[in-house]
Design a protein around this ligand. Structure first.
Ligand SMILES: Cc1cc2nc3c(=O)[nH]c(=O)nc-3n(C[C@H](O)[C@H](O)[C@H](O)COP(=O)(O)OP(=O)(O)OC[C@H]3O[C@@H](n4cnc5c(N)ncnc54)[C@H](O)[C@@H]3O)c2cc1C
Length: 420
């Protein structure tokens, strides 16, 4: 077995791991930093973010200026949109991944790719009370399997676990970080996929597959409205997708004994338009002109034809009934179907399709400022391995950069202290 020694070992060359490596070297140029990455290249997931554009952060995100400063320092030009979304100026996610990797190299960080960490052990006795800021002399022994080198063992003073969550396993994230954390005694908050599409019970939704409509999505829990967000709703063969639907999934939290049947979804397809007045005006003119128009025609200028027919069908009104003969109750039923089209959620799309993980290492066991474990000194957690999930719009990457910076800087300084 090949053995390596370093000051700081980082598991995972993703968003937070590469940031941590750079920041550790910037805090302490003498520190020997080794990054172990399961994939053949660093930053595979970063390349897929923001549909290949990488939504780096958001001007409404916590400490986003720190993120901007970090990227400006490493030489990334930024493009900020009026809606708060921030991208690399080139709008190329690959540029971000490549820049982080090349800055690591410039700073002398060692990177072993195609190397999967399988276990972590703390070699010596440590006393968490005596040295809360440092590793208190304990060594972290990391075992891994490398494609080129076979079984390897790394001994490090400080260990940063940046192995991500479980979302997007195709990018290398299968929950290893939480397993390693649990093996060292950390509490893991149940991990569930979020920022993902949802399947619904109503299988006639397949008629709407491919339709996109603006509106707002509403989540009900036990009949009570718990979430509402405007945006573009995408109808799929089996359910609903789109950013507002993704964000809704973060609010589908299951308490003890709760299940999908406790939730309901409503879609308001006219959230920014006074449909009551519009329907009454159409009904009035139709009677006046005796135009012979049908119920389905009422929604023609509001919704796409297939969606209009589906909505009228769900209202219980015959889509071919003449507008002039619709009763007030029928017109109200149409308004209700347009403004609160109900679906019963069946299941969330799984890890494969999810963009984020809710749950992870319990943040009560991790120092907020340094990202250091409060129960195993000298071990740090960054990014999605931690119990944090944010909405779409750059919040999750922002958290990865910030925690990566905090852990890297703190580990770099800890190594410096132990050398003094
Ligand atoms: C398709 C998609 C698009 C997204 N778009 C955005 C967006 O535009 N904006 C945004 O804010 N968020 C976005 N996200 C979320 C964001 O990418 C993640 O929250 C962020 O990358 C998490 O960073 P991380 O460092 O914790 O983990 P990751 O970036 O996932 O990195 C973890 C790394 O650890 C490695 N690893 C795992 N286990 C091991 C092991 N045992 N040994 C060695 N290495 C290991 C993995 O291979 C991986 O490279 C998106 C997610 C997906 C899936």
């Amino acid at each position: 077995m090949r053995k390596f020694q370093c000051d700081i070992c980082i598991i995972g060359a993703g968003a937070s791991g590469m940031t941590a490596a750079i920041q550790a070297k910037r805090a302490n140029r003498q520190a020997e930093v080794l990054v172990l990455e399961k994939n053949g290249i660093p930053g595979r997931k970063i390349r897929a973010t923001g549909n290949g554009r990488c939504n780096l952060t958001n001007t409404k995100a916590r400490e986003y200026l720190k993120t901007l400063r970090f990227f400006s320092d490493i030489g990334l030009a930024i493009r900020e949109y009026p809606n708060g979304l921030v991208y690399p100026y080139s709008e190329s996610a690959a540029d971000v991944a490549e820049l982080l990797a090349s800055r690591m190299e410039d700073l002398g960080v060692k990177l072993l790719t195609s190397t999967e960490v399988t276990s972590v052990k703390i070699s010596d006795e440590y006393d968490s009370g005596d040295d809360p800021e440092g590793s208190a002399g304990s060594s972290k022994v990391i075992e891994a399997v490398s494609q080129d080198l076979g079984n390897i063992q790394v001994s490090a003073d400080e260990l940063i676990i940046s192995a991500g969550g479980k979302a997007g396993p195709a990018f290398g994230t299968k929950g290893d970080g939480a397993k390693l954390a649990a093996s060292m005694g950390h509490n893991i908050i149940r991990q569930v996929p979020v920022l993902t599409a949802i399947e619904v019970v109503e299988d006639d939704i397949d008629q709407l597959s491919g339709i996109r409509a603006r509106g707002s999505v509403i989540l009900y829990k036990k009949g009570r409205r718990v979430f509402e967000e405007p945006g573009e709703i995408q109808f799929t063969r089996t359910g609903l997708s789109g950013i507002c639907v993704f964000n809704m999934t973060r609010h589908m939290l299951f308490g003890e004994g709760e299940s999908m049947s406790d939730f309901g979804i409503g879609i308001n397809l006219c959230s920014d338009f006074d449909i009551d007045d519009y329907i009454e005006a159409v009904a009035f003119h139709s009677k006046d002109l005796d135009s012979g128009q049908k119920a389905v025609d009422m929604l023609r200028s509001l919704l796409k034809p297939n969606l209009a027919r589906y909505v009228i069908g769900r209202s219980g009104v015959d889509p071919d009934k003449k507008i002039s003969s619709l009763t007030k109750a029928e017109r109200n039923a149409i308004i209700a179907a347009v403004t609160d089209l109900r679906f019963k959620p069946k299941k969330l799309k799984g890890w494969k399709d999810a963009q984020c993980t809710a749950g992870g290492v319990d943040r009560f066991q991790v120092d907020d400022e340094t990202c250091q474990s409060l129960i195993v000194p000298g071990v740090y957690f960054t990014g999605e391995v931690l119990d944090y999930d944010g909405p779409c719009g750059g919040y999750n990457l922002n958290f990865a950069w910030l925690t990566g910076m905090a852990a890297g800087e703190s580990a770099g300084k800890a190594v410096m202290r132990s050398e003094e």
